[in-house]
Write a protein that binds this ligand. Structure first.
Ligand SMILES: NC(=O)c1ccc[n+]([C@@H]2O[C@H](COP(=O)([O-])OP(=O)(O)OC[C@H]3O[C@@H](n4cnc5c(N)ncnc54)[C@H](O)[C@@H]3O)[C@@H](O)[C@H]2O)c1
Length: 275
């Protein structure tokens, strides 16, 4: 797990406006940072003055995000489904910024939507490896460092509304996110005061993941991706998908000092869509 990109300047520069308390100078790992919600969260955290480790299994994508941010960002090629990968994310933060303040376990995969009657073990293995094992390994790596430092911190998981509800053809994904929901609720009862553990549960977000799900959910449901997408949008009271930036704003808010009593919570961001 080699550090792919490091700007020569270790201190952060605040770009844009700093609106959220307590993020300035914080050292924060974001996994799945090469695209979608993770990339948007890196940009938002950096704009708030945080220093970020952009980690992704796609090292080139993570590197592009860190380079775009510039000073105060480093990147890492890391697979969170392996113990070494999750540990490398934390090591990169300590190496680059001297400590870890927060870990956003955001990396996730959707798998191919299919009916349980047509169960595909390969999809199950892939989705559970990244979404569940990756979440546990990330939690363990982050917690080990935060406990050693002994002065608090944050662990945030991107779950999904799917962690709280069922839907046809995405049972594997939903079950994996339900598992992370259970991890969050249990971990929140294990950590000492000062470490806050939360889940951010988006509804439908306009990223690559939804393009993939529109295709496979459409196929599973006997329709096409365009019709499937129109149906999903119609089901949202706000009648549209969220942008990755709208989810990133919520992630930054949860990780900031604006909400010090938010702990063990699942914050849903569904545009009115509820489980
Ligand atoms: N897009 C949505 O509608 C939506 C809704 C609810 C929750 N989520 C969750 O949000 C998170 C981010 O999803 P997104 O929409 O940005 O998807 P995305 O596919 O755009 O981005 C996911 C990123 O994770 C990376 N990744 C995949 N496997 C990895 C691994 N083993 N180790 C490290 N990185 C890995 C990918 O390379 C990619 O860059 C996921 O956990 C997803 O389940 C997404």
């Amino acid at each position: 797990m080699a550090l792919l990109y490091r700007n020569s300047c270790k201190s952060s520069t605040t770009k844009g406006i700093t609106v959220l308390k307590g993020l300035e100078g914080k050292s924060i790992v974001v996994t799945g940072a090469g695209a979608g919600i993770g990339a948007a969260t890196c940009r938002r955290l950096a704009a708030e003055g945080a220093r970020v480790v952009a980690a992704d299994i796609d090292g080139a994508a993570a590197e592009a995000v860190a380079k775009e941010i510039g000073a105060g960002a480093v990147s890492l090629a890391a697979d969170v489904s392996s113990p070494d990968g999750a540990a490398a994310c934390v090591a990169a933060a300590v190496d680059a910024f001297g400590r870890l303040d927060a870990f956003h376990a955001n990396a996730g995969v959707e798998g191919r939507a299919h009916l349980v009657a047509e169960f595909d073990l390969a999809v199950y293995e892939q989705v559970f490896a990244v979404n569940v094992r990756g979440a546990f390994l990330s939690a363990h790596a982050a917690l080990t460092q935060l406990l050693a430092q002994g002065d608090g911190g944050g662990i945030l998981f991107t779950t999904s509304l799917a962690s709280l509800m069922g839907s046809p053809s995405t049972s594997v994904y939903n079950a994996s996110k339900h598992a992370v929901h259970g991890l969050v609720r249990s971990l929140a009862k294990e950590v000492p005061p000062g470490i806050r553990v939360n889940a951010l549960a988006p509804g439908v977000v306009d990223t690559r993941m939804m393009r993939s799900l529109e295709e496979s959910m459409g196929t599973a449901g006997g329709t096409d991706a365009t019709t499937l997408k129109a149906g999903l949008e119609a089901a949202v009271p706000m009648k549209r998908y969220a942008s990755a930036e709208e989810i990133a704003a919520t992630a930054a808010w949860i990780l900031s000092d604006e909400v010090p009593y938010v702990h063990g919570e699942t914050i849903t961001v569904g545009g009115g869509l509820t489980p």
